[in-house]
Design a protein around this ligand. Sequence first.
Ligand SMILES: NC(=O)c1ccc[n+]([C@@H]2O[C@H](COP(=O)([O-])OP(=O)(O)OC[C@H]3O[C@@H](n4cnc5c(N)ncnc54)[C@H](OP(=O)(O)O)[C@@H]3O)[C@@H](O)[C@H]2O)c1
Length: 242
Amino acid sequence: MTPLSPARIALITGAGRGIGRAIARALAQQGYHLALSARRRAGLEETAALVHDAGGTTDLFPADLCEPDAAARLIGDVVATCGGLDVLVNNAGQLLVKPFAETTLEEFDRLLAVNLRAPFALTKTALPHLAERHGAVINIASSAGKRYYANQSAYCATKHGLLGLNKVLAKELRAHGVRVHAVCPGGVYTEMTTQHQANWREEDLMSPHDVAAAVVYLLALSPRATVDELPMRRVPAEPVWG
Ligand SMILES: NC(=O)c1ccc[n+]([C@@H]2O[C@H](COP(=O)([O-])OP(=O)(O)OC[C@H]3O[C@@H](n4cnc5c(N)ncnc54)[C@H](OP(=O)(O)O)[C@@H]3O)[C@@H](O)[C@H]2O)c1
């Protein structure tokens, strides 16, 4: 349902659950119209219902970002349906926990496609639309982009790559009037974490709403200030410096 009055429009990938869903709810409260994307429509419909309960509006765009042309198609569909784009949240991602020796090239290519190629391609296609509205890109990276964890070679490589991309875009897109931010959370209580680390307790992890609050903070910065990278950690974890 597209709003009648002009609203700022945010596209959130990976909005079918977890951190993407929390960001959707938080940005709806800030008055954004939401373009929600993930592979499965069922998850998007659940997120949309929560947003509608809070008085927000949504359009749904199911897409598999591992497909080579999905990013260009998604941005085209969002702009055609919603009338423009102010904020792109590159949140969709996949984790793989496996020793390097057992990780296949197919698995590596899949993580590369969704965690790094998709943010590159989405930002590239969205750039003229974001520039028109002095918009912003938020890359949901990870502490795995700053640290290194055994059995996460593909995940760490793609998240380090995403932070490399974020650094260059933060510099280059100044000329286009587009701000670029990365959020680098450590452990957050979502399906991604519970699937791979069954022994983690909810109270020892961050909430998806903590990450959503960081996104709201970044988007609310004054025109005179910006934050390029925002590392976040669960309280029991080691502090992150640099
Ligand atoms: N949880 C953590 O501890 C943590 C920490 C640091 C960073 N992060 C990052 O935060 C982001 C969100 O993570 P999360 O914990 O919320 O994960 P999650 O609960 O597994 O949710 C991932 C979302 O991405 C979508 N997705 C997965 N593969 C996709 C594909 N090929 N094309 C399009 N959408 C796809 C999923 O929906 P469908 O399955 O329907 O496609 C889902 O909506 C990820 O980038 C992750 O790396 C998470």
